[in-house]
Design a protein around this ligand. Structure first.
Ligand SMILES: C[S@@+](CC[C@H](N)C(=O)[O-])C[C@H]1O[C@@H](n2cnc3c(N)ncnc32)[C@H](O)[C@@H]1O
Length: 461
């Protein structure tokens, strides 16, 4: 996988405060567990979770998706437990079902989606449908033993890196080498949590106060986070909320919302990027940051993405929000194919990366990535930086962004870029290049932690 996923959250799982004992959406939970386990088996074989869920009928998808996302947040521990508790190795389909059920019936970081005993009962029923009475007996033995003996295994489980962190060993070693043990533990813990739902208000069509009032009228709690962002403590399905279709707001994490002001605003002695400026968004799909740039300023903006399907999503985003840009499907690294030769005043390069900073939103990522991906993506980031730098006018600025917490996809990229390009330097007065980690401030009143990002704002002499 050579690209990072879109930043907006996938359809939020149904918000649940208690632990219900029956499936929503009318389908027996046993069938939803089977569908989730089937999709997770595909993830373990290398397919992205959203694609794996494509086979699930639309009406069932929200429920199955919620189970699959939640199970992945405890998959490492569940897989470890299955290895310990099963007397023999089950067939793959039954193994995925049992791992799913173990993950959903053990304590996690949020309120359980279903009561543990319900998950166990329904998983036994699902095993019966899969492999008859023998499979049901096997499932019953494993799952009930896990319920009885979880405390007994806790210390041994904690000694296994993947069971404890829910990350592959190479990923964990990289976090520890980059950040030290306590911060690495905090980053890994953040990846096991459900993500906050944050909206970005389209200042051309609405305001934070108006959006909060409108949501309150529908019984949805919303809290202002500054002048443009709103936090929904209980995530809700996007399409059903007031104002989405009208383009009043978009879903965008707080850390991702930092890009547009960083690129456009006045910094130190440098004025803001003026109206009419020529701006390039080089890796733009699905258009979250493109739209934010255009919401803040009247720009002559070119949005490029290499993926044709994702390019249509940029156009959908702009249409919904009432914004315009020149949109092209192209490799940003070969400007000869798409550049008209007129220098840009500002460039946003939101580069493809491992997406190691957004694991809580895309919990399939650690199970899909390989260590070699980090080097390959770092080389692609270097290629894009080198190809786009000549397109920037003297005095112009470039914002390099990745949603990664690996230094190889952040500080090390920009350090080597600055060494290679004597006409580049960090923009004076701007926040210095740096990683933003997905770790919450200890202050209980602090806003929810943003996703993990790297930002570097450089200017051309
Ligand atoms: C992190 S996502 C961009 C998210 C987007 N900026 C937003 O805020 O909605 C990275 C994007 O880069 C695109 N991409 C990857 N390699 C590319 C290339 N060589 N040229 C143009 N786009 C590329 C991917 O298709 C993907 O859509």
């Amino acid at each position: 996988m050579a690209e990072s996923p879109p930043i907006p959250a996938p359809a939020a799982p149904p918000a649940r405060t208690g632990a219900p004992t029956h499936a929503p959406h009318g389908r027996p939970l046993a069938l939803q567990l089977l569908a989730a386990a089937e999709a997770l088996g595909q993830v373990m074989a290398g397919r992205g979770l959203d694609r794996a869920l494509d086979r699930v009928a639309d009406a069932e998808r929200p429920g199955v998706q919620a189970l699959a996302y939640e199970a992945l947040r405890r998959w490492g521990a569940a897989r470890w437990m299955l290895g310990r508790l099963a007397e023999r190795r089950p067939a793959p389909a039954l193994g995925h079902l049992l791992t799913t059920a173990l993950a959903l019936s053990q304590p996690g970081s949020g309120a359980p989606l279903f009561a543990p005993h319900t998950v166990v009962d329904q998983a036994v029923e699902a095993a019966r449908r899969l492999g008859g009475a023998a499979a049901a007996r096997f499932a019953n033995a494993v799952l009930r033993r896990a319920q009885r003996e979880a405390d007994h295994w806790a210390a041994e489980l904690a000694a296994d890196v993947t069971a404890r962190t829910n990350l592959p060993p190479w990923w964990w070693s990289r976090l520890v080498a980059d950040w030290g043990l306590p911060t690495a533990e905090a980053i890994a813990a953040a990846g096991r949590q459900r993500p906050p739902m944050v909206l970005r208000v389209n200042r051309r069509r609405s305001s934070v106060d108006a959006v909060i009032r409108q949501l309150a009228a529908e019984g949805v709690e919303a809290i202002a986070l500054g002048a443009e962002a709103v936090h929904l403590p209980k995530p809700a399905p996007v399409q059903r909320l007031a104002g989405f279709a009208e383009g009043w707001w978009s879903v965008q994490d707080l850390a991702a919302q930092a890009a547009a002001p960083l690129l456009l605003d006045a910094t130190g002695e440098r004025p803001a990027v003026p109206a009419g400026a020529r701006v390039l968004d080089a890796c733009a799909a699905p258009g979250g940051k493109t739209a934010h740039l255009l919401e803040r300023q009247d720009l002559t903006l070119t949005a490029i993405d290499r993926d044709p399907q994702r390019v249509t999503r940029i156009q959908d985003t702009l249409r919904r929000l009432g914004l315009t840009a020149r949109v092209a499907c192209a490799d940003a690294g070969t400007p000869a194919d798409w550049w008209d030769g007129q220098p840009f005043d500002a460039i946003l390069l939101d580069a493809p990366c491992t997406a190691s900073g957004v694991v809580r939103r895309h919990p399939d990522i650690p199970w899909l990535r390989r260590e070699a991906d980090v080097g390959a993506l770092a080389r692609e980031q270097d290629r894009l930086l080198a190809a786009l730098w000549p397109l920037l006018a003297p005095g112009g600025r470039l914002l390099f962004v990745t949603c990664s917490v690996f230094r190889d996809e952040g500080s090390r990229r920009i350090d080597s870029f600055l060494q290679r390009c004597p006409d580049a330097r960090p923009l004076p007065g701007a926040p210095p290049p740096g990683h933003r980690l997905p770790v919450r401030d200890n202050d209980p009143g602090a806003p929810p932690a943003g996703d993990g990002f790297f930002y570097a704002l450089v200017e051309k002499n």
